[in-house]
Write a protein that binds this ligand. Structure first.
Ligand code: ADE
Length: 224
């Protein structure tokens, strides 16, 4: 997979890709992530990327021309499966959507800023609009990092057996069961006996029951 991220603040985005699982995925050559500073595609003395909105009102809007230039340059080099725009009015990201996007090959992710992008960017180039939740961030960068993390960890070879995505919360519309590690007893708090029994079919059954119980209690909407 290749991901090209277009942003006015590349420095805000880089660190999540320089640690842990994402870094390992990049080092293993399982994913390539490239950052493109929108300002490099701006013209004029001031390299302007945003402007006041027509009709008046507070807040700056990212201009269509620099975004067009950047996207057109990328598209002249390869074909893209999706141009994703991170925006609070997009479709809310969930595990199903992450799974779907993890099957794509080449992605462009566009990060909005200020009041967002000129509507013509959305009309002309964007194939998908994604929100990471019903709250407003100061830009799409952190949202793009969240999307990339959720997607990249699903790529074959990124996780080892130990951290396999198959047992994650949400992977089968179910929350994950509780987990424990040593010591077996801590300040009078005991690990459930079943987990120490060595009876693996029984342990599996217990985990399924716990997952169901937890999902019923905390997220009944997932079971509907
Ligand atoms: N940009 C600003 N807020 C956002 C959100 N909640 N999701 C995606 N992009 C955003």
């Amino acid at each position: 997979m290749r991901i090209d991220i277009i942003t006015v603040l590349p420095e805000l985005l880089k660190s999540p890709f320089e640690a842990s699982i994402l870094q390992r995925a990049i080092d293993k050559g399982l994913v390539e992530v490239h950052f493109h500073n929108l300002r490099d595609f701006a013209t004029g003395k001031y390299r302007q990327v945003d402007d006041y909105q027509f009709g008046g009102g507070a807040g700056m809007v990212l201009m269509v021309e620099p975004i067009d230039k950047c996207i057109s340059k990328l598209k002249s080099e390869r074909t893209y499966d999706e141009v994703i725009y991170m925006t609070p009015d997009g479709n809310t990201l969930n595990q199903g959507l992450a799974n779907e996007i993890s099957l794509k090959k080449n992605l462009i992710i566009l990060c909005g800023h200020y009041k967002g992008v000129d509507q013509r960017v959305r009309d002309m180039f964007v194939t998908r609009e994604i929100s990471i939740g019903d709250y407003v961030l100061s830009g799409g960068e952190l949202a793009a990092a969240v999307l990339c993390d959720a997607v990249i960890r699903l790529l074959p070879g990124v996780l080892n057996d130990e951290t396999s995505a198959l047992t994650d919360t949400f992977q089968d519309n179910m929350l994950a069961p509780p987990v424990y590690t040593r010591p077996a007893s801590y300040k009078g708090n005991e690990v459930p006996k079943i987990l120490l029994s060595g009876n693996f079919p029984k342990i599996e059954q217990w985990r399924e029951e716990q997952a169901l119980e937890r999902t019923r209690k905390r997220r009944p909407d997932l079971l509907e």
